[in-house]
Design a binder for this molecule. Structure first.
Ligand SMILES: Cc1cc2nc3c(=O)[nH]c(=O)nc-3n(C[C@H](O)[C@H](O)[C@H](O)COP(=O)(O)OP(=O)(O)OC[C@H]3O[C@@H](n4cnc5c(N)ncnc54)[C@H](O)[C@@H]3O)c2cc1C
Ligand code: FES
Length: 271
């Protein structure tokens, strides 16, 4: 758990780049008081000036530099479409950094990252931060998308020792889903032993866990859920965790977003 201070900030949109048919890379000015964030933490964004949409929308942090906060936004509905339509110079209100746990890696260990869709975002942040601040061993990204149009991994080719791409339609890289590629690479001895980190659709993370990645010391995953308060108060985003005394419920926004994959009671969570 971290005890990083969070705050509400007005930021300026410095750059918005379309990076796939549905996704935009947003660079926001970093407020002076916005403290460093950790991989797996997120910001909660006020979308419109009125009450629609009412709720803020959560977005993982992809990078933090001296002067900027970088986010990746995939358009899936009204809120994300509004966010993607914002222009250079617009002011955007954020709360952050939010989240009470984050990805961690011991110095020198290898890291294998498995991402689906925008699950790439916190994993890129982890790879960049660890490359700067730690001495990671090999870092491998396994990235899955429906087709070559939606591959976001080109944004971060230089951030990993190796990048492996899978597409469901076979238009680029491995023909199949990212977990099938993970099994294939594991069987062929391509992946180094080390720690496993994942973020993506729940089905992907469950399948990864079921694929029994025995050669990995541990597997941590960053979870997503529809959020209301974003700070652990409303209990709207709780996940059941297995514990010695039965089940305990923890909020993804306040206690997560990062949990040990095998601690999650996936059946009870019912996703
Ligand atoms: C911690 C966290 C980090 C996130 N990071 C990113 C990111 O880096 N980039 C990114 O593009 N998106 C990210 N998301 C998802 C993003 O918050 C949603 O896509 C966004 O809130 C949708 O708002 P909307 O108004 O466009 O869609 P809505 O109109 O609210 O919903 C459109 C569709 O998307 C589904 N949906 C909405 N929110 C979520 C969610 N949280 N998880 C799964 N499905 C959802 C709805 O069920 C619906 O089917 C993250 C979510 C969380 C909780
Ligand atoms: S959204 Fe309120 S507890 Fe997570």
């Amino acid at each position: 758990m971290t005890d990083l201070m969070k705050g509400s900030y007005e930021t300026e949109l410095v750059l918005s780049e379309k990076v796939s048919p549905s996704s935009f890379l947003l660079t926001l000015s970093k407020p002076d008081r916005f403290i460093d964030a950790m991989p797996g933490q997120f910001v909660s964004i006020k979308i419109g000036s009125g009450t629609s949409p009412l709720l803020r929308r959560p977005y993982s942090i992809m990078d933090i530099t001296k002067n900027s906060i970088v986010l990746l936004v995939r358009v899936v509905g009204k809120g994300s479409a509004l966010l993607a339509s914002r222009r250079k110079g617009d002011l955007i209100e954020i709360i952050g950094p939010l989240g009470g746990s984050h990805f961690e890696l011991k110095n020198g260990l290898n890291a294998v990252f498995v991402a689906g869709g925008t699950g790439l975002v916190p994993l890129v942040f982890a790879a960049r931060k660890w490359t700067k601040e730690k001495k990671p061993g090999e870092t491998h990204l396994l990235y899955g998308a429906a087709g070559s149009d939606e591959i976001l991994a080109d944004l971060c080719m230089g951030d990993f020792t190796e990048v492996h791409i899978a597409t469901i339609d076979g238009s680029r890289g491995f023909n199949g889903n990212v977990v099938e590629m993970f099994q294939d690479l594991s069987e062929r001895g391509v992946l180094p032993e080390g720690e496993l980190f994942s973020c993506g659709p729940v089905g992907m993370v469950k399948a990864l866990l079921d694929s029994n990645p025995a050669s990995f010391a541990d597997h941590h995953t960053s979870l997503e859920a529809v959020m209301a308060c974003g700070v652990g108060a409303c209990r709207g985003c709780v996940v059941p965790l297995k514990s010695k005394n039965g089940i305990k419920y923890r909020s993804i926004c306040g206690d997560g977003t990062v949990f040990r994959a095998k601690d999650i009671d996936w059946k009870r969570w019912g996703k």
